[in-house]
Design a protein around this ligand. Structure first.
Ligand code: ATP
Ligand code: MG
Length: 181
């Protein structure tokens, strides 16, 4: 008979295939991105609420610095998924006692800037250029669960909104992912 672990493995594979399809379609521009008025400050609030229990359990501080309300044009579901993927990483790759901070601001050119900063394990100089590639996982994070698709999807979503994501990091120095919309 099919054991529970086999069923779980199948579910994981299906989820992975589905994520790959969403990345490909988003990059190709065939995945429809709606242009609704989205309160990105509220989405950040939701995302923090979602990850708060996980962070607390791990003894990682989760802070948020954002205005009450900031409206962008975009797809709420996709933007939520983008934020969740980056926050998931920040909490996952930050050891107990560390800090994660998400901040929202507006540049002079009226770009929306979302910075997710963590005090975690960091990313080496040689890995930094590759973390947005599909299935890329740094050696030091292999002990954590994951498939290496989260950041590819996050970047595809940012780009589908006319934005982008960059990262600044160094080993043991934490990381800052910056989304510009
Ligand atoms: P998943 O598909 O479940 O998200 P993942 O987290 O391994 O798996 P990505 O989110 O795409 O994959 O990240 C790619 C790799 O980049 C990670 O495996 C990890 O090595 C590195 N990385 C991403 N975010 C961070 C971070 N905040 N701190 C340190 N390393 C990170
Ligand atoms: Mg991830």
């Amino acid at each position: 008979a099919m054991g529970a672990s086999t069923i779980e493995e199948c579910a994981r594979l299906l989820d992975m295939i589905n994520t790959m399809l969403v990345i490909s379609k988003t990059e190709a521009g065939v995945e429809k991105v709606s242009h609704d008025k989205v309160d990105i400050a509220a989405l950040i609030g939701n995302a923090c609420e979602l990850f708060e229990p996980l962070a607390e359990e791990k003894n990682v501080g989760l802070r948020r610095r954002a205005p009450e309300k900031t409206i962008v044009s975009g797809d709420a579901r996709m933007l939520q998924r983008m934020l969740a993927n980056i926050l998931d990483n920040a909490v996952k790759y930050t050891p107990p006692g560390g800090e994660v901070e998400i901040s929202l601001s507006e540049s002079e050119k009226k770009d929306i800037i979302i910075a997710i900063r963590d005090s975690g394990i960091g990313i080496s100089e040689t890995d930094v250029p590759h973390v947005f590639e599909r299935f890329y996982r740094c050696d030091r994070s292999r002990s954590q669960p994951g498939t290496g698709l989260g950041l590819s999807l996050a970047r595809a979503i940012a780009r589908a909104h006319g934005g982008d994501i960059t990262v600044r990091s160094a080993l043991d120095q934490g990381s800052t992912f910056t989304v510009t919309l």
